[in-house]
Design a binder for this molecule. Structure first.
Ligand SMILES: Nc1ncnc2c1ncn2[C@@H]1O[C@H](COP(=O)(O)OP(=O)(O)OP(=O)(O)O)[C@@H](O)[C@H]1O
Ligand SMILES: [Mg+2]
Length: 341
């Protein structure tokens, strides 16, 4: 469905300054895949989506969508895609039903088909009570659902969504996902989306492409990325610092133990199998007479994957695009399993 070869985009800002937004991305996405493109602000996600959807021309490299070259055959590409941009796409003054209807007509549906499709989408995306409202009066979440409906009007084989759920509350995010997944099953669509939500990429996408500084730095299923590039962490606290020192030495023998950090009475280690290694360490501690006060296993998140690849936390780079001293990496998305010791 999508094939890019060394796709590159430079923005010449002034004579002396060029932004290398996308630096040679080569990607293959098969029909039917659901792929999340994940990366911090400014990574080049939107620029890539805009090249794939023929809105901007690549500086170099090639891209084909459904077999059509994005530069040589933009009209054919556009017929195959639905695009929900990062900003809102719908106009302001039309009413919801009219907006969907005119979008259908613009895409070449006859009046009857356009009316029917608008009706289907209104039902599917739970817009029924809003059909008579002006687009400008909708709430952010309602409007985002309308945006997605607009992208689906012509039942495209490929749906490209740039941050479909940003700004939605958790309930609306979940709702939107339900709708997108249902539409996907119904129309057998390929879906490519960008997101900042690590948990969303993790749970929804079958494949995650991690982009940083305009390059693909990882591309696999969330499970494989987490297992290969992050691994489990175990965190153990001893009753005293001498005990912790001995724990640190014991943890060196755990399978594939690495990154062992001793911090006062606390020991942290990365291991291949946290739930298996922790009880083993506890047994060895007991045999050695070391008293353990707390013990935890942290399963990796996609943020740990990003951290391991780049040395930065994706969560910390969120928001205004600056590196900030955000919450530590044991935040809400960490799947923490505690064991009483
Ligand atoms: N028209 C433009 N002119 C100059 N620079 C641009 C232009 N469009 C994008 N850029 C720059 O290209 C880089 C990549 O931007 P892009 O919008 O693709 O990032 P993104 O990954 O979508 O980020 P976000 O998560 O914030 O949406 C950024 O440094 C951005 O400032
Ligand atoms: Mg963007």
């Amino acid at each position: 469905m999508i094939r890019t070869r060394s796709l590159t985009k430079d923005f010449v800002v002034s004579r002396s300054s060029t932004v290398h937004a996308v630096r040679g991305i080569s990607l293959e996405i098969d029909a039917g895949e659901l792929v999340a493109v994940l990366g911090p602000n400014g990574a080049g996600k939107t620029t890539t989506m805009r090249m794939l959807t023929t809105l901007i021309a690549p500086t170099s490299g090639t891209a084909t969508v459904a077999g059509h070259d994005v530069v040589a055959e933009p009209a054919q590409v556009r017929r195959q895609i639905g695009y929900v941009g990062q900003g809102n796409g719908a106009g302001h003054t039309q009413r919801v039903r009219d907006e969907l209807y005119s979008q259908g007509v613009i895409y070449g549906l006859d009046r009857r088909a356009a009316r029917q499709r608008a009706g289907e989408l209104i039902e599917a995306l739970e817009l029924t009570e809003l059909t008579g409202r002006k687009v400008a009066d909708l709430s952010g979440g309602q409007r985002r659902r309308l945006d997605v409906a607009m992208g689906l009007v012509h039942a495209p084989p490929l749906l490209v969504l740039d941050e479909p759920s940003t700004g939605l509350d958790p309930q609306n995010r979940a709702n939107l996902w339900q709708h997108i997944l249902r539409m996907r099953a119904e129309y057998e669509m390929t879906i490519v989306l960008t997101t900042h939500y690590l948990d969303e990429a993790d749970s929804m996408a079958e494949r995650v492409v991690v982009v940083d500084h305009g390059e693909v730095i990882a591309d696999d299923t969330p499970e494989v990325l987490k297992a290969k590039l992050a691994g489990d962490r175990i965190v153990v606290t001893a009753a005293d610092t001498e005990g912790a020192r001995r724990l640190a030495r014991l943890s060196e023998h755990l399978p594939e133990a690495r990154d062992i950090v001793l911090d006062g009475a606390r020991v942290e280690a990365r291991v291949s199998d946290g739930p298996g290694s922790l009880p083993e360490l506890m047994r060895e501690a007991q045999d050695a007479g070391v008293r353990v006060t707390t013990a935890q296993v942290h399963r990796p998140t996609l943020d740990d994957v990003f951290l391991n690849l780049t040395g930065r936390s994706l969560r910390e780079t969120e928001g205004n695009g600056e590196n900030t001293d955000g919450e530590n990496s044991d935040g809400a998305n960490t799947d923490t399993q505690e064991a009483a010791a």
